[in-house]
Each structure stands twice: as C-alpha cells, then as structure tokens.
Design a protein around this ligand. Structure first.
Ligand code: FAD
Length: 446
C-alpha cells in the first residue's frame, strides 16, 4: 500500500474541514447504515460521483441496487474537490495516446470527456440540483515566458485533432478579461466546462438516485468480501449484503486489502485546496483578477484556482506525499506561499479553510472502465488523474450501462477499456511519486 495512504486520511466518521462542508445544503434524504442480511442485484462500493452516478443509472433502468459508503455521501474526493467540471482526466499526452491507441480511439476519448461535461449540466438541470454552477469556460495560463509558444501549439493541435476552438489570450487580453497576475504570461481559453459546488452536486445526485429507487447506505464500510459461485458476500459493520454484481467506485480511496482486483494497479496522490474569506470588488480589482472563469497554470504540478460565486477565492495544488496531519500542515505552508506569490495583493486576506484529499492515477495514465473478472461480475470505473467531477459522473453511468449491456462497448473509447495494468514493483509506488514530483519541480522551473 502506498505510504500516501496514512491512517489520518481515513477518518470516515469525520467530515473534512472544507468550505464545501461548511456551505453545503443538507442532504434531506435517508441514507441509513446498512444492517441485517440482505440481497441485491448490484452493490456499488463508494458514494462519490462514480458510485452515485452508477446507482442512479441502474435504478433508472429498474435494477435493484444498493450503495455502501464508508463515510457520508460525498465524503471522499467528490465532496472536497475544486468543483471544476471540465475535461482532462488523463496524464498521458495526446501524442502518446494517439501512438498507443490510434487517432480514432483518442478522438473517441475526447468525445467521451466532452459528453461528461454535458452530462453534469444535464444532471443539474434534470434533477433540479443547485450546485452554484458558474459561467462556462476555463483558462490555461503560461507560468513562464517559454510556455507561451506551447499554448499556441496546443491551440493548433486542439483545432486540427478535435475540431475544438480555443482562444489565445495575450497579456493584454488577460488584463482586459480580469485574469491578470504577475506570474501569467499568456492564456488559452476554452469554452468547455464550468464550476460547481461539488458537495451540493454529490448530494443532489444521491437524492436523484434515491428517488429513482436506489438504496444508499452511509457509514457502511465494506470490511470483508467473500466470493461464492453465485455471488459476492459483502460484510459491513452492520451486516452482510449478497450481490450478484459489484461495482467498485472507490477511486483514490480504494482499499487494497479487501479485494485483489485493484491490488498494485492504482497510485493515490494528494491534492490540496485553500479558500479565502470573501474578497470585496476593490480587492479583486487591486489584484486584477475579477473573472469567474476556472483557471490553472501550465505547471506539471499544477495550481488550479477560481473565484467562487460568493467572492471567496479557491486555490488548489497537486503535490505532497505525506498524508498525515503534520504532513498536511507542512503542505498548507507550501500552498499558501504559492498562492501569495501568484496573487500578492491578497497576502493579507484570511485563509479560512484548508483541506486535502486523494486523486487516483493508473500506470497507463488514463482512466479505466470495465469488468475485472472473467465472469463479468466485478466492475469498476476509476483513475481520473485528478479530474473526475465530469468523468466520474460519466464513467459511473458508462460502467452501469456496460454491466446491463445497455451501451455497446464501442461507444466507450478503447482508451478507457484497455486492461488495468499493474505497476511494476508496486511496493515502490511511493518512490515513483516522489521521483515524479522531483522531476516535475525541475521541469516546471524551466
Ligand atoms: C483536493 C481535490 C481537488 C480536486 N479538484 C478537482 C476538480 O476541480 N475537478 C475535477 O474534475 N476533479 C477534481 N478532483 C478529482 C475528483 O474529485 C475525483 O476524481 C472524483 O471525485 C472521483 O470520484 P469517485 O466517486 O470515483 O471517488 P471518491 O469521490 O473519492 O469516492 C470514493 C468513496 O469510496 C469510499 N470508500 C472507500 N473505501 C470504502 C469501503 N471499504 N467501503 C465503502 N466505501 C468506501 C470513500 O469513503 C469515498 O467516499 C479533485 C480531487 C481532490 C482530492
């Protein structure tokens, strides 16, 4: 098990101290802990976007489905992320993806990611979820003068490969659009994607799934899993659930000790966020940042940030390998320093919240959706590389449709359905991560 998974990061009974937890609407639906001895057609493990979307889809199809979540609904990354509903759930470059999977498969993957963003919007509209949806658009910011040409090249690539229009923003354009910062040298603006309140969205999905007939159980951690010829015996502290099919939707929180299916195949990594008090309009103008657009910089160890609808500023970063509470305090300082360097006018603005959570990487650096056993009774959708708000939603629906054979496999890109490979020498995964971060830090400075 990678050492990033320190026990401090697994207090399922305690909500993380996030701004989302402090500001979310109540769930207003029953998610009682699982008790007794019950059976169902499909058991979903994990109550984040993937699991909730899977449960919603199955219930809508009339399938008897139960969802087991160790904490409360949205306890994991789904309730604590930056709320960027956007594309980009891979770390493999498009060039390598084309070389490995073909141009056609890469285009299908891109299409799937676009569909994922649309699905989040549809869910908000169709199920009446108030998730503070922001205006559409996302900007990549060149963090060094040397990265400006890379943005221009990316603009061309997106146009020629996917037919996607992205707008190049000069420093003057950034200024005019309220996206100014001392560390930003140009931008590339895409119209795809929008910001949301992720915990409100998770709770809205849960209500929709329950209304459709799914039974959701919070505080119901899967602690033992036995397989028989006919089904899966899933034990929680309150009882045993026997299911014909299981969907594992635990992403960065996947327990490697309970089943062998994911063992050695995933690499959890930390992502962290700070949120300020509400910033007044003059304060925002003093910094030159007034835009509600989602933004991230061109670093490999990227920073992502956006103004929230109530004027607070959310600033996140990837990095840090110590998931203990002291490790969190140390990274809080690192992230605050980066925030102050990029937004110096807000140095005195109080930071009211800081929290962290796990994202999930695969060895091939692309997500996976599919069955894990030969008899096709264990399924998963997983490894969104820190970008699963939209893709987790879409993949949860896709895995359910694959399970019930509602979706022809060829509607899901082959990029997503290749075998979930093992990491070579899996015990060294923490070292891979540390090595990658050292390399990224070096590359980001050039
Ligand atoms: C700080 C942070 C910022 C991020 N920002 C963004 C962003 O802006 N945009 C974006 O697209 N993505 C972002 N991500 C990634 C995104 O949040 C995830 O990809 C997505 O939420 C994954 O959803 P999921 O349902 O697959 O997994 P999760 O939401 O992590 O849910 C997994 C669940 O499984 C449960 N579980 C684990 N073990 C058991 C067990 N034994 N029994 C029962 N339940 C169990 C956990 O309690 C957890 O709730 C961010 C992630 C983090 C941590």
């Amino acid at each position: 098990m990678p050492s990033t998974t320190h026990p401090h990061a697994f207090h399922f009974a305690t909500p993380v101290d996030s701004y989302w937890e402090a500001s979310a609407d109540p769930l207003n639906a029953a998610t009682p802990p699982f008790t007794g001895n019950e059976t169902c057609e499909v058991a979903v493990i994990g109550g984040g976007f993937t699991g909730l979307s899977a449960a919603l889809e199955l219930a809508q199809q009339g399938v008897e489905v139960r969802l087991l979540e160790a904490g409360h609904i949205g306890w994991g990354a789904s309730g604590r992320n930056g709320g960027f509903a956007c594309i980009g759930s891979h770390k493999l470059s498009y060039t390598s993806m084309i070389a490995t999977f073909s141009l056609e498969a890469t285009r299908a993957f891109y299409r799937n990611m676009r569909e994922a963003v649309d699905l989040v919007r549809d869910n908000l509209d169709h199920h009446g979820i108030d998730a503070w949806a922001s205006a559409s658009g996302e900007v990549t910011l060149a963090h060094l003068p040397g990265r400006v040409e890379e943005l221009r090249a990316e603009q061309d690539f997106l146009k020629h490969t996917f037919g996607e229009d992205a707008e190049f923003l000069s420093p003057g354009d950034l200024e005019a659009q309220g996206l100014r910062g001392p560390g930003f040298h140009a931008g590339l603006k895409s119209a795809v994607g929008f910001g949301i309140h992720p915990l409100n969205y998770a709770r809205g999905l849960a209500r929709a799934a329950i209304r459709a007939g799914a039974r959701l159980h919070a505080d119901s951690r899967l602690i033992r899993w036995e397989e028989t010829a006919t089904g899966h015996l899933l034990t929680t502290p309150g009882g045993t659930l026997t299911a014909r099919h299981v969907i594992i939707a635990t992403n960065g929180y996947t327990p490697e000790d309970i089943s062998a299916y994911h063992r050695s195949r995933l690499l959890p990594a930390l992502s962290s966020i700070l949120v300020t008090r509400p910033l007044s309009l003059p304060e925002r103008q003093a910094q030159g940042w007034t835009s509600p657009l989602m933004a991230f910089d061109s670093r490999k160890l990227l920073h992502y940030f956006r103004l929230l609808p109530d004027g607070r500023f959310l600033f996140g970063g990837r990095g840090g390998t110590d998931a203990s509470d002291p490790g969190g305090e140390a990274y809080h300082h690192v992230l605050t320093k980066a925030f102050h360097e990029l937004f110096p006018a807000w140095r005195e603005a109080e930071i009211t919240h800081f929290w962290r959570g796990f994202v999930c990487l695969s060895y091939d650096l692309v997500p996976f959706i599919g069955a894990l056993d030969e008899r096709q009774s264990v399924w998963t959708a997983i490894a969104y590389h820190g970008n699963g708000v939209a893709m987790g939603t879409w993949s949860g629906r896709a895995v359910s449709r694959m399970l019930t054979k509602k979706t022809a496999r060829d509607q899901v890109s082959p990029v997503l359905t290749r075998r979930l490979a093992k990491f070579p020498l899996p015990a060294f995964r923490p070292l891979y991560l540390k090595g990658a971060y050292l390399w990224y830090g070096w590359a980001d400075a050039r």
